[in-house]
Design a protein around this ligand. Structure first.
Ligand code: IFM
Length: 454
């Protein structure tokens, strides 16, 4: 295997990728579905968080979002016409269980059954994510993911969903970005449930990983031909300077951001140096937990957006390390560095460190301040270039020996971008939130032209 040290400027061609490569887009339930109080859906932690003044920048919530709950046929028609052969979506737990006991809500299951049929009718292979951050609020009232009982509640949810959909859905992602669930939601307080306690965040993280480990055999029991994995948000890391202090800070940061997840998933337990660094905040681990977390999976999902630059910061945060904002480099409208080579660097590193088997890019995309032009079109040149350059980097990583089998652009449609509300757009399809009109952006047209190549 070789490390691609420069990304070829040549645009990628579809023929650079295997014939059976998966080409998709990704979304998540709370971000697009709307229908917040329809067909028995109960309150989620995001409904509660968004209703708390000051938590979401534009004061919005996901109650209507893209109204995908009702408009999915139109969205899937566009996805089919773009030439996608796969679609990643998530299942809203609050549509299936209330979090206060009781039987699964058949209307919620019926909705996802219709949704899956709609995908299959249009040649979109369904990739279902079981947890993309919308925990029933009733479970949070009892401690949420910090409580071990939530693992059991999650397994009941997974059981109901995989029994109902497993005849048609063969690709399952247990969790989306456990780092964000744990750290942004429970330590940084910027996502639901909005807590700011590091020990709680690490306990949440442990229970999320444990629930992944316990869900894998359950899914396989219900769906014998299932392919199961987890989607992690990962970043290449680099020290802010060559100083020993910055290099040490980078290692500390990486221990929690990268190895805290990939080590236990690959049977190595939590990294010892990081355990020592977090001290008394380390999670309670019961006998058998680490073995459960290390269950073999069928693929690893990698969500890549940008690299991180780390500076030593004595006294700051639990690890005395600071992620610097990008400076002097190209960024998206969210201030995220545009670094296609970082995707290849990350993939090569994961393959070198863990050899996880097949990998899929389960998210990759960019936020720009899109506007509908006088011609009625959205000319999102920045996102189009982002897509092209990241696919070129992906091509080079695959040529270098990394077994990536598919790519899901984030996102199919503009949507509720969590604490940023509707101020941030990531879609290849523009959504006018006043009229719910959809418009394929130039980036979506580029993806369509790319996928139409022979
Ligand atoms: O919108 C999110 C998504 O829900 C999880 N991954 C990152 C995306 C962009 O911020």
């Amino acid at each position: 295997m070789t490390t691609p040290n420069s990304i070829q400027p040549l645009p990628p061609a579809r023929s650079d990728f295997a014939d059976d490569f998966l080409w998709g887009c990704a979304t998540s339930s709370y971000q697009i579905e709307g229908a917040g109080a329809v067909d028995g859906r109960v309150e989620s932690i995001w409904d509660r968080f968004a209703a708390t003044p000051g938590k979401v920048r534009d004061g919005s919530n996901g109650a209507v979002a893209c109204d995908h709950y009702h408009r999915w046929p139109q969205d899937f028609d566009i996805a089919r016409d773009m030439g996608l052969n796969a679609y990643r979506f998530s299942i809203a737990w609050p549509r299936i269980f209330s979090g206060s006991g009781g039987a699964p809500n058949q209307k919620g299951l019926d909705f996802y059954s219709r949704l899956v049929d709609g995908m299959l009718e249009r040649g979109l292979q369904p990739w279902a994510t079981l947890y993309h951050w919308d925990l029933p609020q009733a479970l949070q009232e009892r401690g949420g993911w910090a409580e071990r009982a939530t693992v059991e509640a999650y397994l009941a949810f997974v059981d109901a969903v995989t029994r109902r959909l497993g005849d048609r859905v063969k690709h399952w992602i247990t969790h989306n970005e456990p780092w964000c669930t744990a750290m942004i939601g429970n330590y940084e307080g910027l996502h639901a449930p909005g807590l700011t306690d590091f020990a709680t965040a690490l306990q949440v993280c442990h229970h999320v990983l444990l629930s992944h480990g316990k869900a894998v055999p359950l899914i396989r029991a219900n769906v014998p031909d299932a392919q199961v994995g987890i989607a992690l948000s990962l970043h290449p890391v680099r020290p802010a300077s060559d100083s020993a202090a910055d290099r040490a800070a980078t290692l500390r940061h990486d221990g929690l951001r990268y190895r805290w997840f990939l080590d236990p998933l690959h049977g190595r337990g939590y990294p010892q140096a990081t355990l020592e660094a977090v001290g008394a905040c380390a999670p309670r681990v019961e006998p058998g937990d680490m073995e459960a977390i290390a269950v073999a999976t069928d693929f690893l999902g990698v969500n890549y957006y940008f690299p991180e630059t780390i500076q030593d910061a004595p006294g700051e945060g639990p690890l005395h390390a600071r992620v610097l904002p990008p400076s002097g480099v190209e960024t998206t409208a969210l201030g995220w560095e545009v670094a296609p080579a970082g995707l290849a660097e990350l993939l090569v590193r994961i393959e070198h460190d863990y050899r996880p088997g097949p990998m899929y890019i389960t998210e990759n995309g960019a936020c720009y301040d899109d506007e509908v032009g006088p011609d009625g079109q959205v000319h999102d040149a920045g996102r189009t270039a982002y897509l092209q350059r990241h696919l070129a980097a992906l091509r080079d990583a695959i040529r270098g020996g990394v077994p990536v089998k598919g790519y899901f652009a984030w996102s199919l449609v503009d949507n509720f971008e969590w604490a940023e509300g509707y101020l941030r757009r990531f879609g290849l399809i523009h959504v006018d939130y006043d009229t719910q009109q959809r418009r394929l952006k130039d980036s979506g047209k580029w993806y369509r032209a790319f996928l139409r190549q022979q």
